[in-house]
Design a protein around this ligand. Structure first.
Ligand SMILES: Nc1ncnc2c1ncn2[C@@H]1O[C@H](COP(=O)(O)OP(=O)(O)OP(=O)(O)O)[C@@H](O)[C@H]1O
Ligand SMILES: [Mg+2]
Length: 247
């Protein structure tokens, strides 16, 4: 469904992506792992067109995204790493953002009902619907961001660190939600996470980004048996290994 070929991106003299190639099949749940600052968020932003790559090709359903970006964007959902809620909108208006305007516009009462239903999916009750983002805890903001990402039932969803900052029980709720979005709704998902229990719970396939390239990819079973020192250092959280602790 999504093919990324030889993608490069630098910021000034810093080469972040040095030729990333990756394929994501329709209905697949791909998890991207990798050290902090390796370019995982930049990679997602390139796919979405929020960051312009220097070179390389991104195809969606066989067509380069430059043509047909509008169509692609209307079918995707995105959870940003920092939740990125609109401060001046209430919780339900954030969740229903795309249901209140544009091609997917619905009557206000209906949009609000959908928002409340999606909030329930992320473990938030209707009492938070009329609060503003500043009145929520960090974990609650993240969950509102998740509810917004799934509000239009998109066929492609990107989750950037969906469980970071959540307690273990809530992380389990979010892992189940991601699985149900993929398994029941048939969505294609790309998730970035450092949370190894989340990787195990949601990944069909894992790709590791290191030094601007996809260093390794495989299934969870492959991950557990690989001798790749970068992967083993990462999944066991060892300070010693080929991945430098200072970067
Ligand atoms: N808009 C930008 N302008 C300049 N540099 C940027 C920009 N966006 C990202 N970078 C740089 O690109 C590198 C990769 O950033 P990115 O956010 O993709 O890391 P990440 O792998 O998502 O890390 P983390 O796990 O900490 O979220 C960093 O060195 C960052 O400083
Ligand atoms: Mg990031």
């Amino acid at each position: 469904m999504i093919e990324i070929e030889s993608l490069t991106k630098s910021f000034g003299s810093k080469q972040v992506l040095r030729g990333v190639s990756l394929r994501i099949e329709r209905g697949e749940s791909l998890v991207v792992i990798g050290g902090s600052g390796t370019g995982k968020s930049v990679l997602l932003k390139c796919i979405l067109g929020l960051v312009t790559p220097d070179a390389g090709l991104i195809r969606v359903n066989g067509a380069p995204v430059a043509q047909g970006r509008e169509d692609f964007l209307s079918r995707f959902g995105m959870l940003f790493q920092g939740a990125a809620l609109f401060d001046s909108l209430s919780v339900w208006q954030n969740v229903a953002f795309r249901l209140l305007r544009g091609p997917q516009k619905r009557p206000k009462a209906e949009a609000r009902a959908v928002a409340i239903e999606k909030l329930a999916r992320v473990g938030l009750g209707p009492e938070v619907a009329d609060l503003f983002p500043a009145e929520l805890s960090g974990g609650m903001q993240k969950r509102v961001g998740l509810a917004r990402a799934i509000a239009t039932e998109p066929s492609v969803i990107f989750f950037d660190e969906p469980t970071t900052g959540l307690d273990p029980i809530m992380s389990g709720v979010i892992n189940d939600l991601i699985n149900s979005v993929v398994r029941e709704m048939g969505a294609t998902a790309i998730t970035i996470t450092h949370d190894m229990s989340s990787v195990r719970a949601i990944a069909d396939r894992v790709a590791m980004l290191h030094d601007g390239l996809i260093r390794w990819h495989g299934t969870i079973a492959d991950m557990d048996t690989t001798s790749d020192p970068y992967v083993t250092q990462f999944i066991h959280g060892r300070a010693e290994g080929p991945i430098a602790a200072i970067r």
